[in-house]
Design a protein around this ligand. Structure first.
Ligand SMILES: NC(=O)c1ccc[n+]([C@@H]2O[C@H](COP(=O)([O-])OP(=O)(O)OC[C@H]3O[C@@H](n4cnc5c(N)ncnc54)[C@H](OP(=O)(O)O)[C@@H]3O)[C@@H](O)[C@H]2O)c1
Length: 269
C-alpha cells in the first residue's frame, strides 16, 4: 500500500520523460525555470539571442547533470521562431509536453514618447512571439498527449504600474490569451496558465532595484517587504507543469509578495 502511494506521488510530482521548451533561459526567471524543470526530470530546450552566454549556460547545466539543449533565437523574429520550433521538433521527435513563454523585455517612458518602432519591438517580443510560438507548438503539444503552456506575464498586466503602458498592455493581453487558450485547447489535454511576477531580482530590473529610493518604494507597497527571487517564480511554473496540477487551467497567478491585494494597508510599524 505504502509502495503504491509512493509511486503515485512520484508520478504526480516529477517530470521524468517530459520535454520542455523555455524561451529566454540564460538569465533571470527563465534560467531558474530551466533548472527547476530539468531538476524535476524534464528534458529541456532553451533559447536566447547571445550565443556565448547560451553556450556557457549549456556547459554549466551539463556539468550539473541536467539534460538541456539550446539554440540561438530572437523570439521577436517570425522566421527565427519557425526555425526554433523546427529544431525543437527534431530534438524531441515531434512531441512537446511543456512550453514556457518567458522571454520578454521593457522600455520605460511616458506614453506619448514611444516611437512606432519601440511599440512594435515590445509587442513583437512580449505578445506576438508568445502567440505565434503557441500556434507553432500546438501540433507538438497535442501529439504529446499531455501538454502544458505557462506564460510569464507581469503584475503590470493586472494592475496599473508606472513601468510603461506598452508593457502593461502586452502583459494584459497575455493574461487574456491564457484564458482563451485554456478553453480552446482543453479538448486536446493542453492546459494553459500564467504567472504574473512583481519585482524579481534579475538583469531586467537590477538597475531599478539598485536605486535605494526606488527599492524603498517597492518595499513599502509589498506586504512581504522585499522583491522576489527567480526561484520563487520558477517553483510555481514547475508546479503548473506537474501532473499534480492537472485540474488547474486558465489561471493567472501573481507571485508578488502580496502587492496586488494591497489596497491600502500601511506597511510601516
Ligand atoms: N524581473 C522582474 O521583475 C519581472 C517582473 C514581471 C515580469 N517579468 C517577466 O519575466 C520574464 C523574464 O524576465 P527577466 O527579469 O528574467 O529578464 P532578464 O533577466 O532580462 O532575462 C531575459 C532572458 O530572456 C532572453 N531574451 C530577451 N529577449 C529575447 C528575445 N528577443 N529573444 C530570445 N531571448 C530573449 C535573454 O537573453 P538574451 O538577452 O541573450 O536574448 C535572457 O535569457 C519577462 O517576460 C519579463 O517581462 C519580470
Amino acid at each position: 500500500m505504502a509502495e503504491a502511494e509512493s509511486s503515485s506521488r512520484d508520478s504526480r510530482w516529477y517530470l521524468k520523460g517530459m520535454t520542455a521548451l523555455v524561451t529566454g533561459g540564460t538569465r533571470g526567471i527563465g534560467h531558474a525555470i530551466v533548472e527547476e524543470l530539468a531538476g524535476l526530470g524534464a528534458t529541456v530546450h532553451t533559447c536566447s539571442r547571445k550565443e556565448d552566454e547560451l553556450n556557457g549556460c549549456l556547459r554549466d547545466w551539463a556539468s550539473k547533470g541536467f539534460r538541456v539543449s539550446g539554440s540561438v533565437c530572437d523570439v521577436s523574429s517570425r522566421p527565427q521562431r519557425e526555425k526554433l520550433i523546427e529544431t525543437v521538433s527534431s530534438v524531441f521527435s515531434g512531441k512537446l509536453n511543456i512550453l514556457i513563454n518567458n522571454a520578454g523585455t521593457n522600455i520605460r517612458k511616458p506614453t506619448i514618447e514611444y516611437t512606432a518602432e519601440e511599440f512594435s519591438t515590445l509587442i513583437a517580443t512580449n505578445l506576438e512571439s508568445a502567440y505565434h510560438l503557441c500556434q507553432l507548438a500546438y501540433p507538438l503539444l497535442k501529439l504529446s498527449g499531455v501538454g502544458s503552456i505557462v506564460f510569464i506575464s507581469s503584475v503590470a498586466g493586472v494592475v496599473a504600474l508606472g513601468s510603461g503602458t506598452v508593457y502593461g498592455a502586452s502583459k494584459g493581453a497575455i493574461n487574456q490569451l491564457t484564458k482563451n487558450l485554456a478553453c480552446e485547447w482543453a479538448k486536446d489535454n493542453i492546459r494553459t496558465n500564467c504567472v504574473a511576477p512583481w519585482y524579481i531580482r534579475t538583469s531586467l530590473v537590477e538597475h531599478l532595484l539598485d536605486n535605494k529610493e526606488f527599492l524603498d518604494t517597492v518595499i513599502a507597497r509589498t506586504p512581504l517587504r522585499r522583491p522576489g527571487e527567480p526561484k520563487e517564480v520558477s517553483s510555481l511554473v514547475a508546479f503548473l507543469c506537474l501532473p499534480a496540477s492537472s485540474y488547474i487551467t486558465g489561471q493567472v497567478i501573481s507571485v508578488d509578495g502580496g502587492m496586488t491585494v494591497n489596497g491600502f494597508y500601511p506597511t510601516h510599524d
